[in-house]
Design a protein around this ligand. Structure first.
Ligand code: LLP
Length: 478
């Protein structure tokens, strides 16, 4: 058996038409091992055995990898910010994927939990996460969500509008508590993908604009309410960020706002949250943003700006979701229909002699699809896939992995290079589905949602069980 790092040869060899093997270690969980027969195991669990026991589709989550990633955020950011004389809290963004077990692992690894709804809050509380280690977000929190957060004694409620200043203050007064709050601001920095743009104004629903003055107004409104304790200023600049320079620009704008507020009111905000968004690799050859590499420059940017402004360095927090859980999970599917389709004028390929300019694309249907991974349909997100029950022939075939839904946009992997003998009954796995896979899953076509199964040291543990048709029917009360 060989670990992913130990396999030699080029990665993602689309050029020579061989299937995507070896498996790129940036995409697959760290506990992935390819056996001599080509079968893949994760966390010591053979995916064939897992599929036989639990069925497919299934999300398979490598617990050790999750813990390692959580730890590496805490350690890298902790060390970088200690070097500038302050502390960092890492909040795991539960929207990426939250279950009670995952909330516990994150807490055991020293992380806090960021929630965005009452549902996420309920899971974190059920997991036994102390209220003080939980944050609550949301651009349209309900009264019940605000009340619940106050009852639980959450460490912070992140205010997203002027209206919410009054609403949370009112709820705190009614509950007889003082609510710790942050104000979410927009810095004009939009990041995601490979570049960022930085403009003054933003046309979106989140946060309060620094440039437009609403951020300052909200901060001062909070200070005027004795029921509220202003603990921080928050900004989240985007998701799937691979160019870290946007963080520093956002940090500068927030720290300047903090200094202006201190000048006007004498109140120096103690904490600044720089949000999440750390990008991961989805395709072979892509390079993720490495927390160990971005932490230092982010800390330096904070220290430099604070020195310029003559203000003390604040406590800092961050909220990674995708980068903690995304690469820890693969979705395992069973192959059903395999159908060659003659395509005219294909962009790429590999003429197969059918006709000039034409080629055959192999449509490989699996037993899930857009109900367990909405990202391709919603964002045009690209993934890869690999055969995991056997080696397959060396010759590759251009394939499109599609789901079972009644919609032609139901694509799982747009352009996969699979062994040419891929066939019904094979197991395919799609890596890097841990973030926003299960959490955005739906019951479209009344397809029950797959389970999340943790693997560790050769053992499996069901974290979220498979939905059944009975579950779906139980909701239909006639
Ligand atoms: N903090 C806040 C306030 C956020 O809005 C988000 C994500 C995060 C943290 C975590 O971001 P991450 O580190 O996971 O990138 N459904 C989309 C992503 C939406 C992200 C929304 N906010 C996707 O599948 O790509």
């Amino acid at each position: 058996m060989t670990g992913l790092d130990g396999r030699d040869g080029a990665q993602g060899r689309h050029g020579d038409h061989a299937p995507d093997r070896p498996l790129d270690p940036h995409l697959w969980p760290s506990g992935t091992v390819v056996g001599p027969d080509g079968a893949v195991s994760i966390g010591g669990v053979d995916l064939r055995a897992l599929a036989a026991e639990h069925g497919t589709p299934a999300y398979v989550l490598d617990e050790a990898d999750f813990r390692r990633r959580a730890r590496s955020f805490r350690e890298a950011f902790g060390a970088a910010f200690a070097a500038i004389g302050t502390q960092v809290d890492v909040y795991y963004a539960g929207k990426a994927f939250l279950s009670t077990a995952v909330a516990r692992w994150a807490t055991e690894e020293g992380l806090h939990i960021d929630t965005a709804t009452g549902g996420e809050l309920a899971v974190a509380l059920r997991a036994g996460v102390p209220g003080a280690r939980i944050g609550l977000h949301g651009n349209n929190k309900s009264d019940a969500e605000i009340r619940r957060a106050l009852e639980a004694g959450v460490g912070r409620i992140v205010l997203d509008s002027l209206l919410e200043v009054d609403r949370v203050a009112g709820a705190a007064a009614a509950a007889g508590v003082r609510a710790p709050v942050m104000v979410r601001v927009t810095t004009g920095v939009h990041a995601g993908g490979h570049e960022y743009i930085s403009t003054a104004h933003e046309d979106q629903k989140f946060g309060l604009s620094i440039a437009g003055g609403q951020a300052q107004e909200a901060l001062e409104a909070v200070l005027a309410r004795p029921e509220l304790e202003l603990v921080g200023i928050h900004s989240h600049i985007g998701s799937q960020i691979l160019d870290a320079s946007g963080f520093a620009v956002a940090a500068r704008r927030i720290l300047e706002l903090r200094a202006r507020l201190a000048e006007r009111t004498g109140y120096l905000v103690g904490e600044v949250d720089l949000g999440g968004g750390y990008g991961i690799a989805y395709l072979p050859g892509e390079v993720p943003l490495d927390p160990a590499r971005v932490a230092g420059p982010m800390a330096d940017a904070v220290a430099t700006v604070c020195a310029e402004l003559g203000t003390p360095v604040p406590r800092v927090s961050i909220e990674p979701g995708r980068a903690v859980v995304g690469p820890t999970t693969v979705t395992v599917y069973t192959v059903g229909t395999v159908k060659p389709v003659l395509v005219e004028d294909g962009e790429e390929v590999v003429g197969d002699g059918s006709a000039p300019g034409a080629f055959t694309r192999t449509y490989v249907s699996v037993d899930g699809g857009m109900s367990d991974n909405l990202r391709p349909a919603l964002y045009g997100a690209r993934y890869s896939a690999a055969l995991v029950n056997r080696e397959g022939v060396a010759q590759g075939v251009r394939a499109r992995v599609v789901g079972k839904h009644c919609e032609s946009g139901d694509v799982v992997v747009h352009d996969a290079l699979l062994p040419a003998d891929v066939r019904t009954g094979d197991l395919l796995a799609v890596p890097a589905t841990g973030a926003y896979g299960r959490s955005m899953a739906s019951n479209y076509n009344l397809v029950p949602r797959p389970p999340v199964i943790a693997v560790r040291d050769g053992a499996t543990r069901v974290l979220v069980r498979r939905e059944t048709e009975e579950d779906l029917l139980a909701l239909d009360v006639g």
